[in-house]
Design a protein around this ligand. Structure first.
Ligand code: ZN
Length: 242
């Protein structure tokens, strides 16, 4: 079983199309998404439709829940809140009903899936070994996958040994039946200094994982952001991968 996993699309259609094209070339058996389809980006309806067509397992994230009104938007910072309020004004009924059908945690093929973490599936950012182990302690699954931080990450936990860190594009891991927490990184708003869109390919048979980064037309998304009047800082950060 080969699984492609991506997360944090954030209404960035150019990035999503590029990632789905690259995933197609890998011919995985199934595709999963770890949430935050909307928020920040200019194409929430198009991205939600495409994810709903192409993904067999999908979580929701804090931005999806904010746009739906499940989470109060006072919990969001300036540009995030502004983008969520704009998204509310354009979200179509079909996108809304798909987002409403999603949960922030799940399980598939024996792998635990969280938008944030096992401790807090909606809000916790897993960015340290301690936080990764805390999530792995709360599940029996060999592998836990998280999104939310927009930072590609791999942490291996065995007895008292915790190893890992940022997972740059091209990182290949032998999973060897050990316990792992991984974050594929973000499709639509990477924050690890690499502006390319991210996804993760898992081979559960051979126990291998490969972190991929894909070039996409950043200027197209920046132009689309400006066209709908979203904050300029959201366009600038795409070029920086921050
Ligand atoms: Zn996000």
């Amino acid at each position: 079983m080969r699984v492609a996993v991506f997360s944090d699309v954030h209404g960035n259609l150019a990035a999503l199309e590029a990632v789905l094209g690259a995933i197609d070339a890998e011919t995985p058996d199934t595709v999963w998404c770890l949430g935050d389809l909307v928020g920040y980006g200019p194409k929430p309806n198009e991205c939600t439709a495409l994810v709903s067509e192409r993904v067999s397992v999908c979580l929701c994230g804090n931005h999806d829940l904010g746009v739906l009104g499940t989470i109060d938007l006072s919990e969001f910072s300036g540009d995030a809140g502004a983008a969520a309020r704009w998204t509310q004004t354009v979200l179509e009924a079909s996108a809304r009903s798909y987002l409403e059908s999603l949960e922030p945690q799940g399980e598939a093929e024996g792998i635990a899936l969280y938008h944030g973490s096992a401790r807090d599936p909606v809000w916790e950012y897993v960015l340290s070994g301690d936080a990764a182990v805390a999530t792995l302690r709360l599940t029996q699954a060999q592998i836990a996958l998280v999104g939310h931080s927009h930072v590609a990450l791999e942490v291996r936990w065995q007895d008292v040994l915790v190893e890992g860190g940022l997972a740059a594009g091209g990182t290949e891991l032998e999973l060897d039946g050990a316990r792992w927490l991984m974050n594929p990184g973000s499709v639509g708003q990477p924050r690890d200094g690499d502006p390319r869109a991210a996804f993760l390919l898992l081979d559960l048979g051979t126990q291998q994982a490969v972190f991929h980064r894909i070039e996409y037309d950043i200027e197209r998304t920046q132009a689309e952001l400006r066209e709908v009047g979203l904050p300029e800082a959201l366009a600038v950060r795409l070029g920086l991968g921050q």
